[in-house]
Structure formats: C-alpha cells, structure tokens
Design a protein around this ligand. Structure first.
Ligand SMILES: C[C@@H]1O/C(=N\OC(=O)Nc2ccccc2)[C@@H](O)[C@H](O)[C@@H]1O
Length: 475
C-alpha cells in the first residue's frame, strides 16, 4: 500500500487521527512529533508544576468592547473586526485612539500574584495583527498609538518582578498583513504568502530577542489550510526559536505535520511539548490526555477572551473556577484563567473580584495544587485526588460533601491509609475505617456546612520522600 493509501486506511479505521495513546510510528513523517513521551528537562518540570496560570487578552478590540454604532456584537469581542456590523476601515483606525491611561503593569502582575498564578500568557498580537510591542516589521503597533510605549516590555518586567513566568501568545492569523491568506489558490497568493512567512519569522525572532525572559510561546490561529501546508517552514522555524531560548516551551497548536495535522501527527503522536486543544473545555478522564502534558485555557463568561462590556450567558463563580482548576491538576494539566482588560487598561470589577476569591482559596489550599498531579486511585463522587509529584503527599479536594459524612477512598493493593486530617486543621485527625481490600472510609461531619471546597490530607504506609521519582525538584 502506498503511504497515502495507508493513511486513508488508518483514517477510516479512526486510528490515524491522533487520539490514541499508544505511540505508533507506522507512517514515515519528516515533520511529525519531535518526541514521544513527556519532556523531562527542568523548564518543562517547572511548567508541569505550575497548576494555575493567567491568560491576558488585550488589544484595540478592547476599545469597542463588543459594541459598535450602538449595536451589540454577540461573538467573542476580540473577533469584532470579523463582524459585519463593524466596518474594517473603522476597526483598522481604532489604534489611533488607543491610549490606556489606567494601564498599570505592576498592578496587573500584583493581582496575578494574589490570584496565585505561577505563569502568565500575554497576547502580543491577536488575529487583527495589532502589535502590543513596537515591532519594526509593521506600522500597526503600539508605537503608533497615542500611548506609544511598549506594553509587552512593561508586562514582562512587571510579571518577572513578581516571580511569575512569562509566556507570549502569538496569532499566526494576521488580518492586517497583505500576505496573510487562509488558503493558497493563485500564484500571487503563494508569492504574497512567502512574504508573510518571512514577516512572521521576523516578528517571532524579534519577540524572543526583545524579551529573552520568555519561557514559551502560545501559538494560535494555525488552523488555516495555507498554514497547514507549511510543515517544512514551521519545522525549521520551531527549531530556530528553540535554539534562541534553550528550554523554550511550545504547545501542539503550532506545527503541522507532513499531512497538515496539528496537535497529533498522522501516527497519533502529539506535536509540541503539551496539548493545547482544551480551550474552554476539559477532559474528564486521564485516558483522554493520552499521557501528555496539557493546558486548559478558560474564560470567565461563556466565550469572551477580549473585553466585552456586556457579558451575557453564564458567568462562572469562584467555586466553579476552583473546581476546574482542581480537575485540571487532578488530570495532570494546568488551568489558565483569562482576563480581558478594558480599553483604558482597567481589569474589570467582576474579574478583580474572582481573582481575589480564587486567590484567597489558593492561600489556604495551594498545597494541593502546586507541584501536584494525577493520583491513579479510582475517582470518587466527593471530589478529586491530587498528589505532590515530589513528596508524594496525597490530597482529597472536596466539592461534594456526602450527607453521610463518609468519604470512600479506594487505594491500590498494599496501600493503607494511616492518617487523615484537614489541610487547614492538621490537629483534628479524622477517623478511618478499613472495610475490604483497599477500601477505606474516612468520617467527617462538620457542624456547619463548608461554603467552599476544602482539602483533606491522607498519609499512607507507602509514603516516603521518594527522591528517585521521575520529577526533578521544582525551581
Ligand atoms: C484563546 C482563544 O483561541 C482562539 N481560538 O482557539 C481555537 O480555535 N480553539 C480550538 C478550535 C478547535 C478545536 C480546539 C480548540 C482564538 O480565536 C480566540 O480569540 C482566543 O484567542
């Protein structure tokens, strides 16, 4: 069978589409997954141990904030230029009034610190092509606004000062560049696109040169057919960027393989260092993550990344966001919560309130989040297990208090629970009954009903500070 016929066979069998976790290598690829299995170097360990991150979506789309000419835009605010109610001409001149007089990078970074975020992903350029840094490769940048100053530089410095690692979001889609095409039809498309590819490479090299503190790049807007044909160019660019900053972390949303597959190549092996497919959604089982690192990026409203002045539909509460965070960590992922500052650089009150609430919970309970990941015990209804990858301490994060006050825990063969107590009250030991093989019942009946999730610590006969485990010490 030719490779194409083989691919078709795999595709029909549904096995070639990258959702399986046994690593196959039947199809020879020049531009497939660069590695099978997780990265184990320190920068990636640090990434894996973050738990919680902050996403910032900010740009000229924050000026209209989801409205134009008195009309409400029901889409995602950062996509307003694509709305028929927003003339391109009008949008493309908004930068001339971009003057965020309330912007305070240190205040944003301080708020992220109090939230408990260990890293931040900042939009340098979204699909509209507006650059928040003074790029020398286009005039459509912050330098040509009334504000003039380098927003990215100020944010990198401020977050670095707070000890929060900085990752840069970069959209390959660029509606402002003449050479950007979603698909390549004519010869002129192709020659224009070659100019666009060089422009894209130049901007990425420029960003890593200007901001060498950058720990990684979060690519977006790579779903176009035109981009998916560029396996060789992207492979070389990926290599070039990684050589500029050793340890640089890039997710699965950047490279296409020989057949245009992103996230997973034709053999089902993940491209990049972690899976970036969980956007406003989450896996429910460990099987769905296929043994890969992954992040979930999440909006507070249903689907607004950039600032929209009129959030409609469901706005998540702090307890909902905390549960998503814990669920991500419990399934070996990171949870990245999005903030969309308004056109003047103010982080809106709803986001500030939630950042405070989640931050207060993290102050008490982050022991069950930072450096933690998946524990292969059977999931129970009361909530989630997490375990510290270094100390192997085990946690039960409770979201659903059983009326019975009985918390069922099924351990592994030979593992018995010897002690259980509340993280925020270690002195109060909880009673433990062993029933039958590997099942233990922990009793906890508080007088008053806790108003938010809480953490129980469990110690087993197998706990030791296992220094030879595969995860290195956090930084
Ligand atoms: C983080 C978000 O990323 C986007 N798009 O993401 C996706 O397209 N996600 C996606 C699409 C299909 C499958 C899985 C994820 C952007 O368009 C949006 O404005 C925002 O920046």
């Amino acid at each position: 069978l030719t490779q194409i016929q083989l691919l078709i066979v795999f595709f029909i069998l549904g096995v070639g589409y990258g959702q399986s976790d046994e690593k196959r290598t039947n199809i020879t690829l020049k531009y497939g997954a660069e590695r099978i299995g997780k990265r184990t170097d320190q920068p990636m360990q640090d990434w894996r141990n973050y738990g919680l991150g902050q996403f910032i979506h900010w740009g000229v789309y924050a000026i209209p904030g989801g409205h134009w000419n008195g009309k409400y835009y029901a889409g995602a605010a950062e996509w307003i230029r694509s709305w028929e109610g927003m003339p391109n001409e009008a949008y493309d001149n908004l930068y001339k009034e971009f003057n965020p007089k309330n912007f305070n990078a240190n205040a944003w970074a301080k708020q992220a610190k109090e939230l408990g975020a260990k890293y931040v992903i900042i939009t340098t350029k979204h699909h509209d092509g507006f650059c928040l840094w003074p790029s020398e490769y286009t005039d459509y940048t912050i330098a040509n606004t009334p504000y003039k100053k380098d927003i990215i530089g100020a944010l990198v410095e401020a977050y670095d000062k707070q000890g929060i690692d900085v990752y840069l979001y970069f959209s390959i889609i660029d509606w402002n560049h003449f050479g950007y095409k979603s698909k390549l039809v004519t010869d002129k498309d192709r020659t224009d696109y070659e100019v666009f590819k060089e422009f894209t490479r130049n901007q990425l090299i420029e960003l890593l040169t200007r901001y060498p503190e950058t720990k990684g790049l979060w690519f977006d807007g790579t779903w176009d057919a035109a981009w998916k044909e560029q396996a060789s160019y992207v492979y070389d660019l990926d290599k070039e960027l990684r050589e500029m900053i050793p340890g640089l972390i890039i997710g699965s949303r950047f490279r296409p393989d020989d057949y245009g597959n992103r996230h997973f190549d034709a053999n089902g092996n993940m491209m990049g260092d972690y899976e970036q497919g969980w956007e406003r959604k989450m896996p429910n089982t460990i099987e769905e993550v296929h043994g890969n690192d992954w992040d979930c990026v999440m909006t507070i409203p249903e689907n607004q990344w950039g600032y929209h002045s009129d959030w409609r539909g469901h706005v998540k509460t702090s307890n909902e966001l905390i549960e998503m965070l814990v669920k991500a960590v419990a399934l070996d992922g990171n949870f990245v919560l999005n903030f969309g500052p308004d056109g003047l650089g103010t982080i809106r009150k709803e986001e500030t309130k939630l950042a405070k609430q989640v931050g207060e919970w993290m102050k008490v309970n982050s022991t069950a989040i930072y450096n933690c990941g998946y524990l292969d015990w059977e999931k129970q209804d009361w909530g989630y297990f997490t375990t510290n990858r270094i100390t192997q301490e085990k946690y039960m994060v409770v979201f659903n208090q059983p009326i019975s006050g009985v918390y069922t825990v099924k351990t592994k063969k030979g593992v018995s629970i010897e002690k259980a107590y509340l993280l925020d009250n270690p002195g109060l030991e909880l009673s433990i009954e062993k029933t039958y093989n590997n099942e233990f019942l922990i009793q906890y009946n508080p007088e008053n009903h806790p108003e938010e999730p809480f953490v129980m610590v469990i110690e087993t006969n197998k706990d030791q500070n296992n220094s030879d485990n595969q995860y290195l010490q956090p930084k």
